[in-house]
Design a binder for this molecule. Sequence first.
Ligand SMILES: Nc1nc2c(ncn2[C@@H]2O[C@H](COP(=O)(O)OP(=O)(O)OP(=O)(O)O)[C@@H](O)[C@H]2O)c(=O)[nH]1
Ligand SMILES: [Mg+2]
Length: 417
Amino acid sequence: MNQIENEQNKLTQGENQKSLQAIWGSLNPAEQKALASLLKGVPSDMNLMRTLLRLSAQHLRMAFGKKRRVAIVGPTNVGKSTLYNQLVLRKSDRAEVSPLPGTTRMTKEAESDLFNVIDTPGADAIGEAGKSQQELAIQAATDADFLVIVFDAIQGIKTTELELFEQLSDLNKSVVVTLNKIDLVKKHRTAILQHTASSLNITPEQIIPISANTGENLPQLVIAIAAKEPELIAALGQSLPQFRWQLAWRSIASAASISAVIALTPLPVIDFAPLIITQSVMVLGIARIYNYKITLGRAKELAITFGLGFLGRTLFYELSKFGGLPGWLLAAAIASSTTVVMGYAASTWFEKGEKISQENLKKIMSDTTKYLLDRLKRKGDGKPGKKKLQNDIASVLEDSPLGETRSFFEDSQNSQG
Ligand SMILES: Nc1nc2c(ncn2[C@@H]2O[C@H](COP(=O)(O)OP(=O)(O)OP(=O)(O)O)[C@@H](O)[C@H]2O)c(=O)[nH]1
Ligand SMILES: [Mg+2]
C-alpha cells in the first residue's frame, strides 16, 4: 500500500512540478526576480508552493500591469459579436453581425476599457468548416485570461450547449456566464434563468442576463469580469475611488483563506515565511487599488512592520488557555484574521497615510478572530480538508458585512477594553 501511495505522491509531485514551471514560465524576468527573492528558503510542501506561486503570480501581474485578455465564447448565433461590438473602444474594430449562424469565422481582438476583448467563432458548429472554427474558438479560450460564456435565452441549453460549457469549464479559467437576448423574454425571466442554471448545474445568481442589442446589464457584466481579476480590480479601484475598500476586500478574502490553509500545513522549519509571502502580495495588490506604487520588497517590509505575527501568537496563547476549541480551528482563524487585519491596516495606510497603533491592532485582531471562530463553528464540526477550509473561509468573508464598509474595524478600534 505504501508503494502505491508513494507512486501517487510521485505522480502528483510530477504534475505539480509541471504546473509550477508553467506558472513560473508565464512571468517575465523582472517578475521572476522579484518572486525569487521572496521565495528564498520556502516551502517544502508542493501543493502549498503551487498555491502560493499561483497567488503571487496573479498579484505580481497586477503590480506589473499587463492588460488582461477576455474571450467571448459560446454557440453560434447567440450574439457574441454583438456583445464584442458593445465592448470595443473603437468603431473600426467592430465585427460583422448577422442573423445567419456561422458569421464569425476567425478570432478578432481589440481594446476595451479595462481589458482586451476577443470575438470567437461559434464553438458548436458542425461539418468540416464548423470543426475548424470550433478549434479556433477553443484555442482562443485556452489562450485568454478570462472567459465570457454566452448562451441564448431563446435557444436555451441542450446537449451541445452543456457539452461546450463543460469543455470550457475544464479549462479552469475565471468565467462569467451570460444569457443573452433577454430583451426577447418579457414575462418568464426568472423561470428561464432558473431553468438555464439547473441545466448547467450552476445557480441562477451565477448567470448574468444581458441584452447585447439594447445594452441591458452590460455594466454589471463588466463589473463581474473585473471583480474576478486582480489586475482589473486594481484598474477599477483607480477609476472608482468610492469602491476601493470593497475591491480591496476581495484580495483580502482570498489571501485570508489561503493563510488558513498555510496555518494548517505542517512545515518542518518555519511557518512564518509563506504567510508573509501571501500577505506581501496582498499588500501589493491593495496598493495597486489605491494607486500607490510600491515594489514587492517594500510590500514585504510593510507587512512585517505591522508586527501582526507576534500578536497572532499572543492571541493563540490567550484563546487556547480557555480550552474547548480545537487547535486547528484556532490556528486557521488566527492566521486568517492576521491577514484580514493586515489588509485593513494596509488600506488605511494607503488611503490616509495613518498607521494604526499596536494596541488598536490587537483589539481588531481579537474581534476579527472571534467573528471568524463564530462563523466557522457554524459551518459544522470536524476538521475539514484544506480545499474545503479555504472555501469555507472565503465564503464566510465574502458574505460578511466586513467587506461593505470598514465600520466593523473602526468600531472595534473605538470600543473600550
Ligand atoms: N433580440 C436580440 N437579438 C440579438 C441580441 N444579440 C444579438 N442578437 C441578434 O442575433 C443575431 C446573431 O448575432 P451575432 O452577434 O452575429 O451572433 P454570434 O454569436 O456572433 O454569431 P456567429 O458569429 O455566427 O457565431 C443577430 O441577428 C443579432 O442582431 C440581443 O441581445 N437581443
Ligand atoms: Mg459572430
